[in-house]
Design a protein around this ligand. Structure first.
Ligand code: BG6
Ligand code: MG
Length: 226
């Protein structure tokens, strides 16, 4: 049985590009971000739960640290915060050091292949400064016509900067893009940028997305009803 994913017709007219978030959409690195932040929070004696972690998804490294410090009601100076963020990143990079293409989430490769075969342009829109390292480990770099990552933006999601830059690099209008996002902040960023957004994850969390899928599994471009 072929399952079609219904997308509002007016939204799908004229779609020319897909913009993918990285962490939690193409690869399950979200769990390593959580482990590294949890380790830092423990060192700071801050209780940090998996629910709290939802607030960190999609936002920049420094903002993530600010959220954790706010939870712990701790104020630190800028230099200390820079050191702590670096420490977290060293742990995070250690955790992801063994990533291989096997860690790409189910269905992602098939979806990317069918997307490209249908002439849709593809960009990355991620807050992560480790994006290039991760794409390289996963052998995914060549799928992307444009890569906008944390080194190229100054405003964190929910600001739409990362996606607008992606659209610009692909030479398409925001209204011609579909964004795939697993984070609340990312869904908001796509919507703030005037883009159609498909949430990847739970409907309970990604309430603002136009459509939510639990993952790509056996979804191909043709199954998005265009
Ligand atoms: C996003 C993650 O993709 O990248 C966030 O969802 C993370 O959790 C952010 O904080 C920044 O990542 P990095 O790798 O630059 O610390
Ligand atoms: Mg994400």
């Amino acid at each position: 049985m072929v399952v079609y994913i219904k997308i509002k017709e007016e939204a799908m007219q004229n779609i020319k590009a897909f913009i993918f978030d990285l962490d939690g959409v193409l690869v399950d690195t979200a769990k390593y971000h959580y482990l590294a932040w949890k380790r830092l929070a423990e060192e700071l004696n801050i209780e940090f739960s998996i629910q709290d972690n939802e607030r960190l998804k999609g936002v920049s490294r420094m903002q993530s640290l600010d959220i954790i410090l706010e939870i712990g009601n701790i104020t630190l100076n800028r230099d200390t915060k820079i050191q702590l963020a670096q420490k977290k990143n060293i742990w995070y990079v250690e955790y992801i050091s063994n990533l291989t293409p096997k860690d790409i989430l189910p269905g992602v490769i098939g979806f990317l292949e069918s997307t490209k075969a249908n002439g849709i342009k593809v960009a990355l829109g991620s807050a992560s400064k480790n994006s290039m390292l991760i794409l390289d480990k996963l052998n995914l770099t060549n799928y992307f016509d444009a890569i906008i990552d944390g080194t190229k933006v100054s405003k964190a999601k929910p600001n739409p900067e990362v996606f607008l830059k992606g659209a610009k690099a692909l030479k398409v209008l925001p209204s011609q893009c579909i964004v795939f996002e697993d984070a609340e902040a990312g869904v908001e960023a796509a919507i703030n940028g005037g883009m159609y957004c498909i949430g990847i994850g739970s409907k309970d969390i990604l309430k603002k997305a136009h459509l939510v899928l639990s993952g790509f599994y056996d979804i191909t471009f043709d199954k998005l009803k265009l």
